[in-house]
Design a protein around this ligand. Structure first.
Ligand SMILES: CC(C)(COP(=O)(O)OP(=O)(O)OC[C@H]1O[C@@H](n2cnc3c(N)ncnc32)[C@H](O)[C@@H]1OP(=O)(O)O)[C@@H](O)C(=O)NCCC(=O)NCCS
Length: 248
């Protein structure tokens, strides 16, 4: 199959991996063999074994998935650089053909890949922090907070995580980290899905954004933002690097 058939320009693919489920030593040795010296150093900096493990699985997910879409570049041969805010991008072979963004949370990794530039993805485990309404009040835009507070109590937790992940996905798509103030844009949720709004004199155009709240699985919230006005369809896969890629 041609790589353009595997990843058409009007699709964004979300590859979901539950890293704690991957324990086969032979498979993990294959993942280790993909790491560059720099990635090995980064992995060893994590204090907790579960974080080292997640980092390793995320690198393998990224490298094997990109190679699946661009078979001319082997998994170990992909090279990455990061912008001034830490956003990684493909450098060298394969650059300009694909773009990606990674997100990880407790027990789960998501990789977004598409042909148009600068996708943003965020997954969060939906364990509400104590005082989550106060956190929203402090960090979210005023109309997001008032919409959250008028919801029935039973719906507030899921809206909090929808807002959190959607805002984070937008920030990640912009690639500038938290230098974009969280109060400077607002997400609303309607029957047609989420949409984004910018204040007066806002530095961005809502018409160029496609936003998706997706099924991240029980106890997870998953959001994707893509700065591309041409309609794109999200497709989800459950992926184990080197072993399986199954549509969900
Ligand atoms: C670093 C940041 C981009 C994402 O952090 P995060 O949500 O904790 O982490 P995620 O797991 O979703 O994303 C991390 C991945 O995003 C990528 N990334 C790093 N910097 C990035 C940037 N500036 N833009 C886009 N992606 C970035 C990397 O691939 C990173 O994984 P890696 O280090 O294993 O390669 C940044 O937005 C941040 O610090 N967020 C803090 C979280 C927060 O307070 N959010 C409030 C939301 S309402």
């Amino acid at each position: 199959m041609q790589s353009s058939e595997l990843l058409p320009p009007d699709e964004i693919h979300l590859h979901i991996t539950d890293d704690p489920a991957i324990t086969d030593p032979d498979l993990l040795a294959k993942y280790e063999a993909l790491l560059t010296a720099e990635e090995r150093v980064r992995k060893d900096r994590f204090h907790f074994p579960r974080h080292r493990h997640q980092f390793l699985v995320a690198r393998a997910l990224l490298r094997t998935t990109l190679a699946r879409y661009c078979p001319d570049v082997q998994p170990a041969d992909w090279r990455f650089q990061a912008n001034d805010y830490g956003r990684p991008y493909i450098a060298g072979a394969g650059a300009g053909l694909l773009d990606f963004n990674l997100s990880h949370t407790d027990g789960r990794i998501v990789l977004a890949v598409c042909r148009s530039p600068s996708p943003g993805v965020d997954i969060e485990r939906t364990n509400p922090p104590d005082g989550f309404l106060d956190i929203a009040d402090r960090f979210f835009a005023a109309n997001e907070v008032s919409a959250l507070n008028t919801l029935p109590a039973a719906e507030q937790e899921s809206r909090f995580f929808a807002l959190w992940t959607m805002k984070e996905a937008y920030i990640k798509a912009r690639g500038m980290g938290l230098s974009i103030p969280l109060q400077d844009f607002a997400i609303t949720f309607g029957p047609a899905g989420p949409s984004i709004h910018f204040g007066d004199g806002g530095a961005d155009d809502p018409r160029r954004w496609q936003l998706f709240m997706l099924e991240g699985g029980e106890e997870y919230a998953l959001a994707v933002a893509l700065p591309d006005a041409a309609p794109v369809r999200p497709r989800l896969f459950r992926t184990t690097p080197f072993l399986a890629v199954e549509p969900i």
